[in-house]
Design a protein around this ligand. Structure first.
Ligand code: ZN
Length: 288
């Protein structure tokens, strides 16, 4: 059966067709309002989702202002060079193990938030985002999906000058400016997908297709990433993993994001996230 979880103005809600029902109301107070507190209770969410038809909708999704379904992740991991096509366009060797960095959790914003550009070489990277639901350490690959609460869409927005201002690169800084982690619009439970390892993922800029691939083309798939990270740190509910981007990014073509551009990111079975870009002041003055 599964569930679709949204964050409406800071309150968790479950999606039913074109509407949503507030989770605290739906559960008669068994759940509170905080989406973060719901992420470790996937089985209860599925049971509640099965009762949605018996409850009056709280509102229409079309009228709702959605925040990130995981608004305050404890840890926000991200994987680089995880699609062969993207490694090729970057002229980089495919890593032997998942190339891991972190995005500061403070960069996470909602699925319709504006992305602030602070240079003229800011890039888009459409990515599947894994949300941990059940804590675990040294998780076996074969058990990994059981530790996932669900999947959502993310953009790993990247300021290339900031990223490559040092060697080795500042992956974390360059990808963690405020607003550089749009996420949403909905967290979809793993059992809602026919095959969660094979989902079409596209990124459009102003309606033009720039990225179009399948998550089946990942070099290290979701279970492998979950297992790998859990060897270093005990994963906890609400930890998120940005799983890497396919080819078609601006750095490969020289076509970076500009003021007024609209990023449209779609993943099969999840939905579509739309973010407008706004050019703000430079983060650094030219040195010379
Ligand atoms: Zn990325």
């Amino acid at each position: 059966m599964g569930f679709r979880l949204v964050n409406v103005g800071g309150r968790a809600a479950l999606v039913h067709d074109q509407s949503y029902v507030d989770l605290e109301t739906l559960s008669a107070g068994t759940f509170g309002s905080d989406p973060m507190a719901a992420l470790g209770r996937a089985e209860e969410l599925s049971a509640l989702a099965a009762t949605l038809a018996d409850h009056a909708p709280t509102g229409l999704l079309a009228d709702a202002v959605l925040d990130a379904p995981v608004p305050r992740p404890r840890n926000c991991f991200a994987i680089g060079l995880n699609y062969q096509s993207h490694a090729d366009e970057s002229g980089m060797e495919v890593p032997a193990v998942p190339l891991t960095f972190t995005k500061f959790p403070s960069c996470i914003v909602g699925p319709n938030a504006a992305v602030e550009l602070r240079s003229d070489a800011v890039d888009y990277e459409g990515e599947l985002v894994v949300v941990i639901g059940t804590a675990g350490r040294d998780i076996a690959v074969t058990d990994a999906w059981k530790h996932v609460a669900g999947l959502t869409i993310g953009q790993d927005i990247s300021d290339r000058p900031a990223q490559f201002a040092a060697a080795p690169p500042h992956f974390d800084l360059g990808k963690s400016f405020d607003t550089f982690g749009p996420m949403g619009p909905v967290l979809v439970s793993v059992d809602s997908f026919d095959n969660p390892d094979d989902l079409r993922i596209t990124t459009l800029i102003n309606g033009e297709v720039r990225q179009d691939d399948s998550t089946a083309m990942m070099i290290f798939n979701v279970p492998t990433l979950v297992s790998y990270l859990s060897r270093f740190t005990t994963l906890q509910p609400g930890d998120v993993i940005f799983t890497g981007t396919p080819d078609g990014i601006g750095m490969a073509t020289g076509r970076f994001l500009a003021d007024g551009d609209v990023i449209t990111t779609t993943i099969e079975g999840i939905g579509t996230m739309t973010n407008a870009c706004v050019r703000v002041s430079d983060y650094v003055k030219e040195a010379n």
